[in-house]
Design a protein around this ligand. Structure first.
Ligand SMILES: Cc1ncc(COP(=O)(O)O)c(C=O)c1O
Length: 405
């Protein structure tokens, strides 16, 4: 039969594997169960701590090996490593609806925020920074440090566990330069109404910088549709990568107006020109970068994004929403003190329960194989697409057994 000789002796088995590979990788998205199976820790732990660090997948582990193998094989294959940074830039850009030239690959969210903060001038009437009380400390610290350069910082006050748009509306005016706002609060899981905040800022002539670190990777986002001016986030939580990679999105029209005071050779038009006497600025968001990029972490970060894409961020968002709803209603039914809002629109993947000694509770849960975390008096339980209803119920059962009320 024509072509038959092309099949290896075990051609049917071989063909099956090829079809499975193509199906899994390119055509049919991974199911939630397939996704879960990529995380060895989930076989023996209840892992509900993606708000601190995403679980390690086989894919990300393999990506680290790809990096070390390239190092073994090439000695110093910097061309390939720089290409991997560019590949990551493109992957991340596509995952948030941005263009690759609107993305800077940064070592941390702090440096990303600082790149924007130090590029702004505060020697004019619009010198106000409006900060919400649910910011992550780093965001507040970077802006507080700008007070020495003329910035005036005012605080949008929390109303209990909420930070409604009204808290910003009374402050944002023609003196406001920028409103940096965390989408999901690391302390209580409250989700700020970012579309409404962006609209408010733009109506009043201010820019809005979103810190999306506690949400990116847990569901879709389209920065162009949202109209946000800047967005910072990082790889290590819901994006399933490791520490050392963060991202800065800057809206195309703003990029060439900004020159950060923290800079370095990777921010130049042509970094490999090695011209020490010329300070030019890349025309893309790469101008916000500074030094040698964290290459091993870029391999891991790219694998994390690709794994998320193979499931689909809509599917992941649905799974998380169902688990969060199950957990919040289970906790409320037990009379637990849930800090995270009941309204699904005002919460993300993180649920926080107020308890007496949260750090001690986290240690006791860990001894039972449940990995969670705490901030202040809050037990933080966060869900990813790889979590199951069994994980959710196991945490509730452990809280029952602990006598938490
Ligand atoms: C909302 C938010 N922003 C930023 C960070 C971390 O910033 P960096 O990358 O500078 O450590 C975290 C870490 O938990 C966070 O929750």
């Amino acid at each position: 039969m024509p072509g038959e000789s092309l099949l290896p002796p075990n051609g049917i088995v071989w063909g099956f594997h090829v079809v499975m590979y193509l199906t899994a990788t390119f055509i049919v998205p991974l199911t939630i169960d397939d996704f879960r199976a990529r995380f060895p820790i989930l076989a023996n732990r209840v892992y509900v701590n993606s708000c601190s660090q995403g679980a390690l997948s086989l894919d990300v582990e393999a990506a680290f090996r790809t990096f070390t193998e390239s190092w073994h094989a090439g000695g110093s294959p910097w061309d390939g490593w720089v290409e991997e940074i560019e590949r990551l830039r493109g992957l991340f850009a596509a995952s948030i609806g941005a263009a690759a030239d609107e993305i800077a690959v940064m070592p941390s969210a702090s440096t990303a925020i600082a790149a924007i903060a130090t590029a702004l001038r505060f020697d004019h009437p619009r010198s106000q920074v409006v900060l919400g009380e649910f910011e992550f400390p780093t965001s507040a610290h970077v802006w507080l440090a700008q007070q020495r350069r003329g910035a005036s910082v005012v605080w949008a006050k929390a109303h209990g566990d909420t930070l409604p748009i009204d808290a910003y509306a009374s402050l944002v005016d023609d003196r406001t330069l920028i409103v940096p706002a965390t989408q999901v609060c690391f302390r209580n899981g409250y989700r700020v109404d970012i579309p409404a905040l962006v609209k408010l800022c733009h109506e009043r002539g201010a820019w809005c910088l979103v810190d999306d670190y506690q949400r990116t990777g847990s569901g879709p986002i389209d920065v162009h549709e949202l109209g946000v001016d800047f967005l910072v986030t990082g790889a290590l939580k819901y994006q399933l990568g490791a520490a050392g990679i963060a991202y800065l999105y800057a809206r195309r029209e703003l990029i060439e107006r900004l020159e950060p005071l923290v800079t370095g050779w990777f921010g130049r038009v042509e970094p490999f020109a090695f011209d020490i006497k010329r300070l030019d600025w890349a025309t893309s968001a790469r101008r916000f970068e500074a030094g040698t990029p964290p290459v091993p972490n870029a391999y891991a970060a790219a694998a994390g994004i690709e794994l998320l894409q193979s499931v689909g961020l809509e599917t992941i968002e649905r799974q998380i929403a169902a688990l969060v709803e199950r957990f919040v209603s289970g906790a409320r039914a037990r009379g637990l003190d849930v800090a995270t809002p009941n309204d699904p629109a005002r919460r993300g993947p993180l649920v926080v329960i107020r308890v007496r000694d949260a750090a001690a509770l986290v240690a006791r849960l860990s001894a039972q194989g449940i990995i969670a975390s705490s901030r202040d008096n809050g037990l933080r339980v966060s869900f990813h697409g790889y979590n199951s209803t069994d994980d959710c119920d196991a945490v509730l059962a452990a809280l029952d057994a602990e006598g938490i009320r």
